[in-house]
Each structure stands twice: as C-alpha cells, then as structure tokens.
Design a protein around this ligand. Structure first.
Ligand code: CNA
Length: 278
C-alpha cells in the first residue's frame, strides 16, 4: 500500500526536499544500497531488465533455468556457462557511472555511512569509494578459491583463465576454482550481517538500481527507521518503497535522478569533475 498523509522528516515528498534535508546537516549518516541497475549505463547488463537483461539473453548457454549460471550445485557439474559470462563481466573492462561517482562524493564529504552493493563488478571501488565504506554483499571478482579445498588461486592466473574463457582448476587438488562471489545456495559474506546495523542508524537511505528481489539484501530498506527518508532511484517501483510517508520515488534512469539531486545540492561541478577523473 502507498503511504498517504504528510511526511514527518521531509518538508514534502520530493527530491528538492531531500536536498534540503541533506543541506540542513541533519542527514549525516547516509546509507546507499545498490544493484545491477547502477552499472547498466557502464555497459554491464543487469539480470532482470526485459530484452537487455542477462536472463533474457542466456539462451545461448543452454541453461535449464536462468539462475543456474549462478547456482553452486549447477556450477559443480557445469562450470562452463559461468566462465562464458565471467569473460564478459570481468572487472577492468568497464568505467564507473556518474551514480558511482556520486557515492564517492558522499564519502569525500563525510556523509557516507556505508554502501551495500549487490554488484560484483567492483565499480564502486573504481569510482573511489573507500573500501572500508563498501560492503560487497554478494562478494566480488577480487579474490577466488577452490570450491573443494578452499585454497586461494592467484589473481594473475585467474585473469588469464577468465580472459581466455576457460575453467581454472586448483593447483593443489584439481577442484574447480570460483571467484568469491555469492552464488544461489551459498551464505553471504560475514560483513553483510556484521555491518547491516548501519542501515538501522541511517538518517537517509538511497536505493539505486535494484529490483530488490534477492534476499536477504532486499530486506535492508525495511531495516531503516520509520523517520529516515528512503529515496529510490530506479526504472521501476520496487520492494516496499512508496509505503512510508517519507519515501521518495525518482523513477527513470538513475544517472538522471542522481544528477538532478546533485544539481539541487549545488554539487554538479564537483560531481562531474570527480567522475571525469576516476
Ligand atoms: P536486477 O534484478 O537485474 O534488477 C535491476 C534493477 O535496476 C531493475 O529494477 C531495473 O529496472 C533497474 N535498472 C536497470 N537499469 C537502470 C538504470 N539505468 N537506472 C535505474 N534503474 C535501472 O538486479 P539486482 O541487482 O536487483 O539483482 C541482484 C543480483 C544481480 C545481484 O546478486 C548481482 O550480483 C547481480 N548482478 C550484478 C551485476 C553487476 O555486478 N553489475 C550485473 C548483473 C547482475
């Protein structure tokens, strides 16, 4: 159900009011939650967008169902489809978006409490968000190990295998090597539960480019206090966003929405400079 009645924290339910709230100095702890939609403008397909999403373009991998490519049980028997995809998505080929740069700017201004990302593309690091402010809730391509004996596999060897599109095997036990990204059927990194209290402390939550369909990540927005405004920058309305009196929905491309917010804050030049120099 959508919220009716006047907002409690914001002057009104608008991006203008969100900018005023930040300018007032009362939004000191900003938590940002991101998903694949923040990186589509960088050229990385998301999962679920119709036509352009990975799931609608996976037919060539001949998977029994789309999620199989990230399913640990499936990977044990057929790791090849994952490595076809890994070759396409591997970090180093893509540049951060202006929305990534905005998160780095929040950090520079001392306003970023924590960023929780579902993405595995490492673009938030590339944009300059400090690593102690990032929770990679579904892991990343930064490290990898054998799924059997858990021994780490060297980065340079991994890069060679992935760029050739072939499947790396453990030097110790010949087990399959997998990047430390969280597959369906695997536990999330410990940092996720250890740091999720930051969402409870937030004065403001910005949610950027996610369908909020993968749990437990999708439950983070509901952990925010009732009086903490939640702003959604997404193509579509998702999750429970819109159900609270201080929720603001900025529907459309997140880069447009973020640029609009930056403009209202008077941060346009700083943002574009930062973005150009990443
Ligand atoms: P998703 O389910 O594919 O949803 C993406 C959401 O973003 C949808 O609601 C889209 O409408 C929206 N969207 C797409 N483009 C834009 C845009 N330019 N501006 C605003 N909104 C946009 O992806 P989620 O992240 O919600 O799903 C969770 C999965 C996807 C995570 O486990 C990720 O690891 C995984 N994933 C990550 C990447 C990446 O690292 N870049 C790419 C593909 C999938």
């Amino acid at each position: 159900a959508d919220a009716h009645g006047p907002p409690e924290t914001l002057q009104e339910r608008s991006l203008e009011a969100v900018a005023e709230y930040i300018k007032s100095g009362d939004a000191r702890r900003i938590v940002v939650l991101t998903g694949a939609g923040i990186s589509t403008a960088a050229g990385i397909p998301d999962f679920r967008s119709p036509k352009t999403g990975l799931y609608s373009n996976l037919a060539r991998l001949k998977l029994p169902y789309a999620e199989a490519v990230f399913d640990i049980a499936y990977f044990r028997n057929r790791p090849e489809p994952f490595y076809v995809l890994a070759q396409e998505l591997y970090p180093g080929k893509f540049q951060p978006t202006v929305s990534h740069a905005f998160i780095a700017l929040l950090a520079q201004k001392g306003l970023l409490q924590m960023l929780f990302t579902q993405n595995i593309d490492c673009l938030e690091r590339a944009a300059g968000v400090p690593s102690d402010k990032i929770v990679e809730a579904h892991g990343s391509f930064a490290t990898q190990r054998c799924i059997e004996c858990k021994v780490e596999f060297p980065d340079d060897h991994m890069r060679k295998h992935v760029l050739r599109g072939d499947v790396p095997r453990c030097k110790e036990c010949k087990g399959l090597v997998k990047p430390d990204i969280t597959f369906f059927g695997e536990a999330l990194p410990r940092a996720f539960s250890e740091k999720s209290h930051n969402t409870v402390m937030a004065d403001l939550v910005l949610i950027i480019g996610t369908s909020l369909t993968v749990y437990p990540f999708a439950s983070l927005p509901d952990m925010a206090r009732q009086k903490a405004p939640r702003v959604l920058f997404n193509m579509e309305k998702v999750g429970s966003l819109g159900s609270r009196v201080d929720d603001v929905l900025e529907l459309g491309s997140c880069d447009n929405g973020i640029r609009k917010l930056a403009g209202l804050l008077g941060w346009t030049d700083e943002l574009e400079d930062l973005w150009r120099n990443v």
